[in-house]
Structure formats: structure tokens, C-alpha cells
Ligand binder design. Structure first.
Ligand code: BG6
Length: 491
């Protein structure tokens, strides 16, 4: 579907996210023919730029980060709708100018009074910007003309602050106009969890405590935190990605079949899972956290977190976090969900693995199954997108030796269509007013309810363990699993 006439206003247009993701995604959408001719992109920032500077910034961002090839005619048509408004968030006159600019665009380009405000700014600036949008009359829907606000995480740093933040946003925009970005939900492989589970018959009978021993959700990154201290110090891995991305992945894996894919039906099923989720106690044995020290990333020597610019020398911010959860439902009782994430780990990989119980009896000589592990269904979210089924197979020419083999589905070989970038899909959905892929406030709050006790426990438990960069995290994470006779996968 093609978006209707509208303008997209980006606050924080000088930031990294705008440059690497948002502006390239807008271009890619235009290039794919998904934006209407009456579309405008408006940048708002303190920087002393004029329209030409802004157009150049967008141009460079597109050149460096767009997925689709550069086409002059697409660019020119798009660039005619670029506007830049210079000002500070607390400057009333800047918002009055923004209003004039948008009204001008309605007339010149036919954007029709439909505006999406993208707050790609630190949450502490949300109240001011929301107030300004309210004061200037820009937040209010006007007849058939819609107003939407897009907010980026972090949605608070705990339950209490999330509630405060939400009260501020909802004080100005009705919940139906608020789009909370969790970019993992924009990934093709994540949306495919629903297709895998609900379009097929063969997996469902296995999808429960009858056959599943445990689930591991891993989001490993090889990058460090150089340049991100301002955002990350004091936040840490659990708040940065477990509270949102990993709990959303877990909800999609654990939820019941929705009545339909209507947004409300989907949200309701995810909410039920999150409401039934609790930490496995005691937290000391069932969580782990770490901070990367110096080490090697491939052949490159890399510094530890405490030597990265901007981090406090005694920072206790965790860059690795692992937690164990249980979902109190008939389907999942007794099945642990292990969630882990970390920076500067062995490699970049996100995957969801359903690890199955062992066969109750193996009629083989013991020596024949030494290399047989548990069956697993692995959803490879990235980078090598696909699905793997691991099972045992007879080694050719052996008497009856059984060893693990993989059956693979790869996006690259199965489909000729390329996957759009997550932000492309999500920005388009905002412009279309399609809320399925955006977590609602209740999901955000339930996620904090799960995470808050863990973070409080860690705050009292002293400093995080150190792990060498380029390894798979602190030994405490391995111990957390070995204590219960399991081990982390090494994807
Ligand atoms: C962001 C986190 O939400 O996701 C970052 O704030 C992280 O710390 C990023 O690096 C990873 O996204 P992706 O899509 O590259 O897995």
C-alpha cells in the first residue's frame, strides 16, 4: 500500500539514527514507489542550517546508507518536499515557524494537514516537544487530518518513569496516535515467527512444554560502545535491548494464536504472555551480567568499556545481561526462556532457539550417540536470515552412529525479493496508520515489571563481572546454565 498525502517531521535530525536509518528509509520508500507525490520531509534542529544544508545532509545519508540504488529523478522529486526549521525545543517561535512551514506545505505540495512527528530525541526532551506541539496547535487532529507521534526507546528507565513519560505523551496525543518504535518488530524474520507458527501445522504440536525443554533467545553484537556513552552509561544492556527487543521476541514465540492479525488481537495475545511472565528465582543463580574488558575482535585489539571515551572510570553499566524467565501458562509451565545479549561478543548474531527434550529412550549403544545433542529449531533473525532444524542422522558407513545434522531454510536462496530495512517498514506503517508492529503502552509497562526486580537486584549485588572482548560473555553466564545441566548455544 502507498501512503497518502502527508509530511514527516523529524526532531533530532542531526542524530545518528536519523542519518543512518530514518532518512535512508524515507528515500528507499520513495524509490520503491511507496510515498505519494504529495509527501514532505521536514527536519527540525538547533543546528544553524538552511534548506540546502539540510538537503545535502539527507543526500549524504542516502548515499551512505540507503538500500536501494540512487535514482536522480526519485531524489529530485523527493527533495522538492524537504524543509528545514531551525530552533531549540523550548523556543515558541521555532514551533510557530514549524506550523507555518507545515501549512505552507499543505498548500504547495498538498500534504493535506496530515503530520507524523518523529521524536528521535532523548526522552528528557519529550515533555518540552509534546508541550510545544500542543501549544502551537500542531498535535490536535483536525477533522479528517491526522496527527501522529513516533517515539523511540528508551520508554523510561523503569516502570515508574515509563508511566510518567506515558502520561506526558498521552496528555497531548491519544493512545491511538502514539507509535512506539521497537525496530525488531520491523524485521522480516521477526514477522515470520507468526507465519512459521500459524500458517503451518507441523510445528504447533511440538510448541509446548510437552516437547520443548527450554528456549534461548540470543542477541549478540560484536561492536563496542565507543561514541555511545551519552546514551548507554547508566542504562546498560538489560534496559537497552531486553526490555524491548528480546521480550517482544519472547512474546511472539510464546503467545497463543491471535483471533486475527488485527492490531488489537495481536497486542492482546502478547500482553497475556508478558503478564504471565516472571523471573525464575533466586535471581543470583538465574541471572548474569558482565562488562567487557579489553580483548580482540577478530584481528583488532579493542579497549574495555572503562577505556571507551565518555564512560565513567568506575562505571558499573553492564554490557552483557542474561536472565531466565518462566511463563505461567498451561502451554509453557516449567519451560525456562533464557534471554541474553551482549556487546563485544564473539560475533554478531540474533537467534531464537527452541531446544527440544531428549528422546525418552535411545536404543543405541551409548558410544554411538555421543555426538548427538538435543533437537533444536532455530529462527535465525540475523545476519544469516533463515531457519534451521537440527536433528540426529546416521553417519554413513558407521554401524549406527548418530550425529547432529542441520536442515536449512535461507532467505537468500528461497526468495528473490530482498527484505526491506526494518525502519522502512515501520515508517511506512506510521504513515499508513497501521499499528500492528508497534508495542502499546501496556506491553511497555509489563516489560518493565519483569525487568525492574532484576535491575534492582543487580544494583544491590555490586559490580558486574568482567569478560574479555571477543568471547561469549562472563563465566557467571555459563554457570547460570551449567547449574541446571544446560549450556548456551555458540551460534
Ligand atoms: C538498538 C540498541 O535498539 O539496537 C543498540 O539501542 C543495538 O544498542 C541495536 O546496537 C541493534 O540493532 P540491530 O538491528 O543491528 O540488531
Amino acid at each position: 500500500r502507498i501512503a497518502g498525502p502527508c509530511s514527516l517531521i523529524i526532531f533530532g535530525v542531526t542524530g545518528d539514527l536519523a542519518r543512518k536509518k530514518l532518512m535512508p528509509a524515507v528515500y528507499d520508500l520513495a524509490n520503491r514507489g511507496l510515498l505519494p507525490p504529495s509527501f514532505a520531509l521536514v527536519g527540525f534542529a538547533r543546528r544553524d542550517w538552511d534548506h540546502e544544508d539540510f538537503a545535502k545532509i539527507v543526500h549524504d545519508a542516502v548515499r551512505d546508507h540507503a538500500r536501494t540504488g540512487f535514482r536522480e529523478e526519485v531524489w529530485e522529486r523527493l527533495a522538492e518536499g524537504f524543509r528545514f526549521v531551525q530552533g531549540a525545543f523550548d523556543d515558541d517561535s521555532a514551533f510557530d515557524r514549524l506550523k507555518e512551514t507545515l501549512e505552507g506545505l499543505d498548500k504547495e505540495r498538498g500534504t493535506d494537514g496530515n503530520h507524523a512527528f518523529y521524536l528521535s530525541i532523548p526522552p528528557k526532551a519529550f515533555p518540552t516537544v509534546c508541550e510545544q506541539l500542543d501549544r502551537s496547535g500542531l498535535a490536535k487532529e483536525d477533522g479528517d487530518h491526522w496527527r501522529r507521534v513516533v517515539i523511540e526507546k528508551p520508554f523510561g528507565h523503569n516502570l515508574e518513569s515509563a508511566k510518567e513519560l506515558n502520561a506526558i505523551v498521552n496528555g497531548v496525543f491519544p493512545e491511538s496516535s502514539v507509535f512506539r518504535i521497537d525496530h525488531y518488530l520491523g524485521k522480516e524474520t521477526v514477522q515470520n515467527i507468526l507465519a512459521l507458527r500459524f500458517a503451518n501445522q507441523m510445528f504447533d504440536p511440538l510448541w509446548s512444554s510437552h516437547y520443548v525443554d527450554h528456549v534461548q533467545i540470543t542477541m549478540a553484537e560484536d561492536i563496542g560502545l565507543g561514541g555511545r556513552a551519552g546514551y548507554y552509561d547508566g542504562i546498560g544492556a538489560a534496559r537497552d535491548v531486553i526490555q524491548n527487543h528480546l521480550l517482544q521476541l519472547m512474546a511472539l514465540v510464546a503467545m497463543e494464536e491471535p483471533i486475527s492479525f488485527e492490531p488489537k488481537q495481536l497486542q492482546d495475545e502478547k500482553i497475556k504472555v508478558l503478564a504471565a511472565t516472571r523471573n525464575i528465582e533466586p535471581l543470583d543463580d538465574n541471572t548474569a551480567r558482565g562488562q567487557y574488558g579489553p580483548g580482540w575482535q577478530g584481528s583488532e585489539k579493542v579497549p574495555g568499556l572503562l577505556d571507551e571515551a565518555g564512560f565513567a572510570k568506575d562505571s558499573t553499566t553492564e554490557t552483557f545481561a542474561a536472565i531466565a524467565l518462566e511463563v505461567d501458562s498451561r502451554r509453557w509451565a516449567g519451560v525456562p526462556f533464557y534471554l541474553r545479549t551482549g556487546k563485544r561478543l564473539g560475533r554478531r548474531v540474533t537467534e531464537i532457539a527452541l531446544v527440544f527434550k531428549r528422546a525418552p529412550h535411545l536404543p543405541f549403544d551409548k558410544t554411538m550417540t555421543e555426538e548427538l545433542s538435543q533437537n533444536a529449531l532455530v529462527i535465525r533473525v540475523q545476519p544469516d536470515e533463515g531457519i534451521t532444524l537440527r536433528f540426529g542422522s546416521k553417519v554413513p558407513a558407521s554401524s549406527m552412529e548418530v550425529r547432529d545434522v542441520n536442515m536449512d531454510f535461507s532467505y537468500g536462496t528461497a526468495f528473490t525479493e530482498a527484505s526491506p530495512e526494518a525502519y522502512e517498514r515501520l515508517i511506512l506503517d506510521v504513515l499508513l496508520g497501521e499499528p500492528s508492529l508497534f508495542p502499546v503502552n501496556e506491553e511497555v509497562e509489563l516489560s518493565w515489571e519483569i525487568l525492574d526486580p532484576v535491575i534492582e537486584h543487580w544494583a544491590q549485588a555490586g559490580t558486574p563481572d568482567t569478560y574479555e572482548s571477543g568471547t561469549w560473555g562472563p563465566t557467571s553466564a555459563d554457570e547460570m546454565m551449567s547449574r541446571v545441566g544446560r549450556s548456551w548455544r555458540r551460534p
